[in-house]
Design a protein around this ligand. Sequence first.
Ligand code: DX5
Ligand code: ZN
Length: 213
Amino acid sequence: MKKIIASSVLSADFAHLAEAAQMVEKCGAEYLHIDVMDGHFVPNITLGPVVVQCLRPFCKSVFDVHLMIENPEKYIDAFADAGADIITIHLESTDDVKGAIDKIHAKGKKAGITVKPKTPVEAVFPYVDAVEMVLIMSVEPGFGGQSLIPECLDKIRVLREKYPNLDIEIDGGVKVDNIDKVYESGANIIVAGSAVFCSNNPAKVIESMLNRP
Ligand code: DX5
Ligand code: ZN
């Protein structure tokens, strides 16, 4: 499957987000992963639709919006109108997962679903046929720079075996030194936050993640 790097802006300098987005686009990251946190679903607060809208004119990357918020259905239209291309919601964040997926599709956007590390992967099965992507969290959502939880790779293995053609994204703790294991597990879309933005050579990191020896 095609490998894609989704650079997470969470570890970028928020005073210079547009430059950060342009830089990773130039370095070969096809997706810009935008982490939205509300201080309720996760213990951190990041950004809202206005920031996505401001960033949109500055780069052509696919805007991969990861909603870590309660009642995501309330904000889907706003993020879609702001320029999101893919909108991913947590199964744990709403009682009406199917309704939220339908809302994303009604705006003409791709829908993703995701689960926290402790939620069994089987929870996504009923929705896989209704979405374009499944994201498996490999850290507890809320902060960048954490270490990958190895058990999460087993969830990806199970998912890949059952769905050979599915776009499977992994988010959290992926670095150049563990990416081979990540690919082996079956993930093909790689979120990379601190690995890219905390490096003094982001181009080399992205290149190394895409082209393995
Ligand atoms: C965590 C976010 C991630 C985070 C990943 O809740 O969803 O996207 O930015 O950061 P790294 O790659 O540093 O683990
Ligand atoms: Zn994320």
